[in-house]
Design a protein around this ligand. Sequence first.
Ligand SMILES: [Zn+2]
Length: 285
Amino acid sequence: MKVYISVDMEGVSGLVRWPDVITSGIDYARGRRFMTADTNAAIAGAYDAGATEVLVEENHGVEDLCNLLMDEIDPRCRVIRGAGRPYSTTMAGLDASVDVVLLVGHHGRAGSRPGIMAHTVSYGEFKLVTLNGRPVGEPDLFAIRAGEFGVPIGLVTGDQVVGAQVLAIAPSAETVEVKRALSNVAGDCIPPARAVNLIRDGARRAVESAAAGRLEPYRGEPAPYTIDVALRNPACDSLKENLAALPEFELVDDHVVRTVAEDMDVGFRRVAYLGYAKRPGVRRY
Ligand SMILES: [Zn+2]
């Protein structure tokens, strides 16, 4: 039983505001400890349920996707971290050898109100991301990619908003609500010392469900995927120049970029690229 854990930071227990998850925040170092503790709880739960291999992948874009504390992470796992990974930026370790995906510390999609630090891929650049006309968040993109491999989503931890959004596409998944979103930057939190027990139990139940064949891979979205990224600001000249050189992107109007992807590996990479595509001359992703 191989378990893949994607770890983000916005949905980690105890964290509610942007300075909690960026390098300059007064509690960022403490937040990394909470993130590592939430992850360790999921790893422990996976092993409680009979996992034989746990692969953790970092999904939080700050510090080149290196946020977990490597001297505190459970030594039984492996961790994929660092930017510039081949294939999908934050799904490099997700393939058909995985039996179940656990999403730890994830957050609601762009446009969620409330939803603690809700966004999809790029908070600064993206207002909304839709796929075949449906608003999507990062868990949707993970579920679609995992579904392409026949792998189900078993668990999400975070606020009630991301929990509901995951249940909509993975109705048998476990949701662990470590905090209740009151707005986009405020929440009613279970202290991390208690939240880790809930996460461990949730991860154990998720892996037990996967082992018993009770989870279905998500295959609700027909490929190819038409992905529209609505930008917060009108496309600037350097973005227009970059996209003009890349025929796989279409500027629908001055705020919306469209791409049609055959699978979610390339789809995710293109969405991630649009987060930095306004840098002059940057045309690789
Ligand atoms: Zn993040």
